[in-house]
Design a protein around this ligand. Structure first.
Ligand code: AGP
Length: 615
């Protein structure tokens, strides 16, 4: 939800190009409008456009602008349409204060009314605009720049990551955070950067400071000082975190889109994630073994990864795991959250507002709840609010639709499941080794699949192009794959899909089936297979066009299908349990090519933002 980038430098430089590059690297956070403020010689210059980031270069030739300070913003609209006047940066009445914001100021209506009564003139419909006006007000009453920002933030409720500059303090930029991420990078003695996410500052430094909630930083060229917003007097000492990602990880590197690149990076993401520290996996397993109650919560793709993981873990743990979408976590468990529970929270970004709210609510219930988090982002909010966390090793994911990070989440949960099997010793050592061997084979299976089938999947899509509605059906563990595969097609190709239990589809959805209606069956040869054959026949009998995802040796469902996509994996229980990992690339590829077929940009689906930091 919105991306912020800021830079302050000792020397004048081609700051336009750097600022533009900075927000382009954050474009996945929102892409409906953007804006940049430059400071040169004590004067602020602001440029804004609606639409994609490239529009700002086309309209203002931003790259040619020089200066020593810039703040920039790419927006995902919450309050007010994605117009030029609602784009950030927003300013005060004097035009001397400019500010970019990610988050929502919940009490902005009261504050706006109060400021209007004092004579402040507003130019936008946003919640953000109250911030520069409040700062202006405090400055007028004698506060220093830092005091004015602190006093302003103390009056606001809601979430913010902000960067603000003031024409009269040209050598200073202030950034602050509450529930919306801000990272800071320093090139010592020369330049300081701030951004909503690490990829934006990765070309300049790999060592970054992660601002915590209620912290504020004063950035000057090549240095940063940190303070607590409640007690702005005393400087806080912070240690930087070292980021292992390389700049190349966050580039397209010859691929047409990030989504395709990230699908092809899945084998590497798996191999890296398989190297997660054994002690961390064991710690998760021990917590689950001793828990009285277990919940798993997440949003979107991470939720579907949780569903797959829940099946895998339950298989060995023998305890029920309740999966609840994070936005409904509190509603489901109000008055019913059990003592001594363990909650597994899964989030690629580690910043999803509803996931964070769910675990904070549970923690505050004072019921000895343990939070185990799985996230891809070092230093994210989720890591701060959890008791233990595991960082998946998918590397940076820029495509808005999650692909390789889904796989890394499922791999992590599979490792925990197998660790439980190992500790419990109910699976024979031979079988346990067969499961581990299948897990280690997953990257090779995906590599072979992508090598042999990419052109074929593209060809299938060309023939399906006219369809608007799809069913994705499965049974057992593959329901997670059906839901996630369907979500991908919905997100990037704007098709209407229903990802559903094949058995349950008879209780309503089947009424939609007419001649040629496409139904994608996810059909590994597990214990649900024979019944799934029956479901395929039911849909075929009603004219459904059957596309099945099966293993290479499959016969029955293949014979019933109009089209098959074949996954090169052995038909054994060891591989079947891991089919959420090996079957999903086929559906991700299908969605990717479907987006291209419909002239859509798969990296930037309509109306979506990668990190959802609003409720
Ligand atoms: C996935 O393709 C989507 N972009 C979305 O469903 C996403 O998975 C969801 O918003 C959760 O994000 P998180 O993993 O960062 O918490």
């Amino acid at each position: 939800m919105c991306g912020i980038f800021g830079l302050i430098s000792k020397e004048n430089l081609e700051i336009g190009e750097i600022a533009l590059e900075g927000i382009k690297r954050l474009e996945y956070r929102g892409y409906d409008s953007c804006g940049i403020c430059f400071q040169n010689g004590g004067k602020l210059t602001i440029r804004k456009v609606s639409g994609k980031i490239n529009n700002i270069q086309e309209k203002f030739n931003i790259k040619s602008l020089s200066g020593h300070l810039a703040i920039a913003h790419t927006r995902w609209a919450t309050h007010g349409a994605p117009t030029e006047y609602n784009s950030h940066p927003h300013t005060d009445c004097t035009g001397e204060i400019a500010l970019v914001h990610n988050g929502i100021i919940e009490n902005f209506m009261e504050l706006k009314k109060e400021l209007q009564e004092k004579g402040h003139q507003f130019q936008s419909e946003t919640d953000t605009e109250i911030l520069p006006h409040l700062i202006e007000d405090f400055l007028k009453n004698g506060a220093s720049f830092k005091e004015a920002v602190i006093k302003t933030l103390k009056r606001c409720t809601g979430a913010y990551g902000i960067a603000v500059c003031y024409a009269k303090k040209p050598d200073m930029m202030i950034v602050a955070r509450k529930e919306s991420p801000i990272v800071i990078g320093i090139e010592e003695g020369k330049k300081s950067y701030c951004a909503s996410d690490i990829p934006a500052i990765l070309p300049y430094t790999r060592s970054c400071y992660i601002l915590e909630d209620d912290e504020l930083a004063i950035l000057q060229p090549g240095e940063a000082k940190f303070y607590n917003i409640e007690n702005g007097m005393n400087e806080i000492l912070k240690e930087p975190e070292y980021i292992k990602w390389s700049v190349d990880d966050a580039q397209k590197n010859g691929y047409e889109h990030f989504m395709l690149k990230e699908i092809f990076e899945e084998p590497r993401a798996i191999r890296n994630t398989l190297n997660i520290k054994k002690e961390d996996i064991e710690l998760f397993a021990q917590h689950l073994l001793s828990a009285d109650h277990i919940y798993i919560t997440a949003a979107g793709t991470s939720y579907y990864a949780s569903l797959a993981g829940k099946y895998m873990i339950t298989n060995f743990l023998g305890k029920y795991i309740q999966s609840i979408e994070c936005s409904e976590f509190q509603n489901n468990l109000q008055g019913a959250l059990e003592e001594n529970s363990v909650i597994i929270a899964v989030s690629q970004s580690g910043e999803t507002a509803d996931t964070i709210e769910a675990i904070r609510w549970a923690k505050n219930a004072q019921k000895n709840i343990k939070i185990l988090a799985i996230t891809n982002i070092v230093g994210s909010s989720l890591t701060r609010y959890s008791d233990h966390f595991i960082i998946t090793r998918a590397g940076p994911e820029i495509g808005v639709a999650s692909t390789k990070t889904y796989i890394a989440q499922v791999i992590t949960l599979a490792l925990v499941a197998l660790e439980i099997a190992k500790i419990k010793q109910e699976v024979s050592p031979e079988d346990l080794e067969n499961y581990y061997s299948a897990l280690r084979s997953t990257p090779t299976i995906i590599e072979q699949f992508l090598e042999k089938n990419t052109a074929y999947v593209k060809h299938i899509v060309t023939n399906l192009e006219k369809n608007i509605n799809y069913f994705f059906l499965a049974r057992g563990i593959s329901i997670a794959t059906a839901k996630e595969g369907g979500l991908k097609l919905k997100e990037v190709a704007c098709r209407f899909i229903e990802g559903y239990s094949a058995a349950h589809a008879k209780h309503g959805p089947i009424s939609l089936v007419r001649e040629g209606f496409p139904i994608i069956f996810i059909a590994p040869p597990d214990e649900t297979y024979e019944r799934l054959v029956g479901n395929v026949m039911e849909f075929k009998a009603r004219g459904g066009f059957i596309i099945s995802v099966v293993v290479e040796s499959d016969k029955k469902i293949t014979e019933l299908s109009d089209v098959t996509i074949r996954i090169p994996q052995p038909p054994t229980q060891f591989y079947n349990l891991l089919s959420p990992i090996t079957f999903i690339p086929a559906l991700q590829l299908l969605s990717y090519y479907a987006a291209l077929e419909h002239d859509l940009d798969p990296d930037k689906p309509l109306n979506l933002a990668k990190t959802v930091t609003v409720h």
